[in-house]
Design a protein. Structure first.
Length: 290
């Protein structure tokens, strides 16, 4: 009688744990990313760890904006933006406002393998020179200090009204509630958001396209006021390309012809006589009647 056969291992490998995960290691030589255990085992949101691992795997120059991350992950803007804030608060991510050689201000994002660390090939920033100390004013005699009252600020300067905002931008913001009834804005919120909408309008983006960009893929539940989400989208969403200008057909200019009667130059689609010769006038240069 044949012995029964079994596919199960007779005994566990030496040194293997009796419970928990058992790693099957594979030595990778390409297409891999090294992250620290402090980041991979970070307590808290799994979305934050996943976003950090994804950013670490991207090459330099890749876009890590909210819109770009939302295209890769299934999570919405709220969770993605919260993960970026947690990474920034922990020191893994840093946003710097830098001035380009042309004088423009841009925001660059730096991601560190170690919180707050710096790259080995990146030279440290030079120390800023100390500010010169002002020499004290000579006082000839003690005098009573005079307190100059600061002028009272006009309330109209502290709080702008809808009359100061772009009316077309305000109309776009007021129409958002027709698409989503939750997008009800107060007067102060509309005044604060109107300059961003006016900038899009000045760039050639029409009102319907702005409404579509501001109301697309909104979360099911708002954790904050909707004005905060709209302000974030106006600030972080790249301006769409304006529609192409319509082609204006130029009138066809007839070529120059030489009159068969007076030899004057005139424009006509075909050779022949000029207007004066056709009307029975006298020839100009040669004195020949046409």
């Amino acid at each position: 009688m044949a012995d029964p056969q079994s596919n199960a291992r007779l005994r566990a490998d030496a040194g293997a744990p009796t419970s928990g995960v058992i790693h099957v290691r594979t030595r990778l030589t390409a297409d891999f990313t090294v992250i620290s255990n402090a980041l991979a085992q970070r307590r808290g949101s799994a979305v934050t760890v996943g976003v950090a691992a994804y950013i670490s795997s991207l090459p330099d120059g890749s876009s890590v904006s909210i819109a770009a991350l939302c295209e890769h992950f299934d999570e919405g803007e709220i969770l993605i933006s919260r993960a970026l804030r947690e990474l920034e608060g922990a020191g893994y991510l840093e946003r710097r406002r830098e001035r380009t050689p042309t004088g423009q201000i841009r925001t660059r994002t730096y991601f560190y393998d170690v919180p707050g660390g710096a790259s080995d090939d990146e030279p440290p920033e030079p120390p800023k020179p100390p500010r010169p100390r002002k020499a004290p004013r000579p006082r000839t005699a003690p005098a009573a200090e005079e307190v100059t009252p600061s002028p009272a600020r006009d309330q109209s300067e502290e709080r702008a009204s809808l009359s100061d905002a772009d009316p077309q931008a305000v109309a776009v913001l007021a129409s958002l509630r027709r698409v989503d009834p939750r997008l009800v804005l107060s007067e102060r919120e509309a005044v604060r958001l109107a300059p961003g909408v006016a900038q899009w309008l000045a760039a050639g983006v029409d009102a319907d396209q702005i409404t579509s960009l501001l109301t697309a893929r909104l979360p099911d539940h708002f954790l904050t006021r909707p004005a905060g989400i709209l302000a974030f989208r106006l600030r972080e969403t790249p301006l769409p390309a304006p529609p192409p200008l319509p082609l204006v057909e130029r009138p066809v200019v007839p070529p120059l012809q030489t009159c068969d009667g007076c030899e004057r130059a005139f424009r006509a689609p075909e050779p022949g006589r000029c207007r004066e010769c056709r009307s029975g006038g006298s020839g100009g240069l040669l004195g020949v009647a046409c």
